[in-house]
Design a protein around this ligand. Structure first.
Ligand SMILES: NC(=O)C1=CN([C@@H]2O[C@H](COP(=O)(O)OP(=O)(O)OC[C@H]3O[C@@H](n4cnc5c(N)ncnc54)[C@H](O)[C@@H]3O)[C@@H](O)[C@H]2O)C=CC1
Ligand SMILES: N[C@@H](CC=O)C(=O)O
Ligand code: NA
Length: 430
């Protein structure tokens, strides 16, 4: 059988493992595809850079533009917007099917790329882009295509989960834990993308688009990272029997004007009894709630070269099979065209730590601020600190706008010295 020509663009953490697996699994891949997958080139930025794998003689090139024109299948693992976008478009235009792990690009400009794939009648697959090795996009796109998904809740960034886990279990400092995650190949080229929640927001946009058959871009996602999570927050969560996690949440919300999508990424306290609380190190997990199936959980390694390469190779086998059969997998499904709700209309709960004067009437005044905004209080804890005290208030569910207005009101009160921490609470009693 005539081989299918494969080009790999980028030979970093993921690309090097794709090259290794293509070589090590060549026999099995041939049998599974029905034709050999022949690596015809690996595009790199510098020919003499040190690499994790030995690339066969003559296959390295700095001319990615030329390489994509002579491949049947192109794997894009450079990352970022350009030149990745132009190379993917060029590959499709030349009749190649494309596999990418590039969530940043898909969340920013996915529809243009999906349209190009439609025009070229080729596949554009991206299972590796969300939660690394975990099969989650294919289940949403195919296995759950007959169901109605209502909520997706997940830990989708390995680097931040690794950092928060080390802060919780080993008392590590933020910088030290980030350095370790970078050494292990979990972090993005610019780790700000992880730490500030951009990476998780991109993944949330992709998940929301697939789950709710609507176009959701990274700009639609409310995003907060973990750079302001302190050791005190982690300790406070611990005292409540909770743990701090960076969550990506995409929900279907009913409204007078019809159904809408709410999508957000932020740190949140979740009870230790919640299954997501036990997701340690760089592991990821995604909960999917759907009407007919109920609750589903997908768990596994969400980052790292080799796990991510597993998802890339899985897609590569599928798009190769499709090409041989002269067919395509499912393309973009955005028919529902649901709008995205502003964050203020999202329903959530708050954990608020407040330094106050320790005198009569202060607790009542603080409770009144919550009542003024129509927010019901679930628990209050007070700790004496000499002439001062710290109050920790956990609210019941309210809109984010009500909760934010409550915090603003607290900040104006004489008895309140400082609102020291505000964090959302998920996964417990509403
Ligand atoms: N590392 C991980 O755990 C995961 C990464 N991803 C995604 O996979 C993609 C690759 O990530 P990593 O391998 O971690 O990044 P990396 O930074 O280790 O590798 C990217 C490689 O592309 C090369 N490159 C840059 N510009 C190039 C160009 N014009 N032509 C050829 N090569 C070029 C760089 O020199 C680098 O070696 C990104 O989109 C990332 O978001 C997705 C899931 C997990
Ligand atoms: N930097 C990302 C890599 C996988 O997408 C992460 O830490 O999860
Ligand atoms: Na995945």
């Amino acid at each position: 059988m005539k081989p299918l020509k494969v080009a790999v663009l980028g030979c970093g953490s993921v690309g090097s493992q794709v090259v290794r697996l293509l070589d090590e699994q060549a026999g099995d891949l041939t049998a599974r595809v029905g034709a050999p997958l022949e690596l015809v080139g690996v595009a790199v930025r510098r020919l003499d850079a040190p690499r994790e794998v030995k690339v066969p003689e003559g296959l390295l090139t700095t001319d990615a533009e030329e390489l994509v024109t002579r491949a049947d299948l192109v794997v894009e693992v450079i990352g970022g917007i350009e030149p990745a976008r132009s190379l993917i478009l060029r590959a499709l235009d030349h009749g190649a099917s494309v596999v990418t792990a590039n969530k940043a690009l898909l969340a920013a400009d996915g529809p243009a790329l999906y349209a190009a794939a439609d025009l070229a009648a080729r596949d554009l697959f991206y299972e590796a882009a969300v939660a690394g090795a975990i099969p989650i996009l294919r289940p949403l796109r195919e296995s759950l295509a007959g169901d109605r998904v209502t909520r997706v809740l997940g830990i989708v960034n390995g680097t931040t989960n690794f950092i928060l886990d080390k802060m919780d279990t080993a008392g590590s400092g933020f910088a030290e834990a980030l350095e370790e995650a970078q050494e292990l190949g979990y972090a993005e080229a610019d780790p700000t993308a992880d730490v500030e929640g951009f990476d998780a927001a991109a993944k949330a946009a992709i998940l929301a688009s697939l789950a709710f058959h609507s176009r959701v871009t990274v700009d639609d996602v409310h995003r907060e990272g973990i750079s302001e999570v302190t050791a005190a927050d982690v300790q406070s969560a611990r005292e409540m029997g909770s743990v701090v996690k960076l969550l990506a949440i995409a929900e279907l919300r009913g409204g007078e004007a019809g159904e809408a999508v709410a999508v957000r990424v932020h740190p949140a306290m979740i009870p230790r009894s919640h299954p997501l609380a036990s997701v340690r190190e760089a592991f990821n997990a995604v909960f999917v709630e759907s009407e007919a199936a109920g609750e589903l959980m997908f768990y596994g390694p969400g980052a790292g070269g080799s796990p991510t390469a597993s998802a890339v190779l899985g897609d590569l086998v599928t798009v190769a099979r499709n090409q041989l059969a002269g067919t395509r997998g499912p393309g973009e499904s955005a028919y529902a065209e649901r709008p995205v709700l502003p964050m203020g209309e999202t329903v959530t709960r708050y954990h608020v730590a407040i330094d106050v004067d320790d005198r009569a009437g202060v607790l009542a005044a603080v409770a009144n601020a919550f009542a003024d905004q129509g927010v019901s209080i679930q628990t209050v804890k007070q700790e004496g600190r000499g002439l001062d005290a710290q109050l920790v208030v956990v609210s019941h569910s309210a809109t984010d706008a009500q909760l934010a207005a409550t915090v603003d009101q607290l900040r104006t009160m004489d008895a309140v010295r400082e609102v020291t921490s505000v964090m959302r609470v998920e996964g417990g009693v509403e």
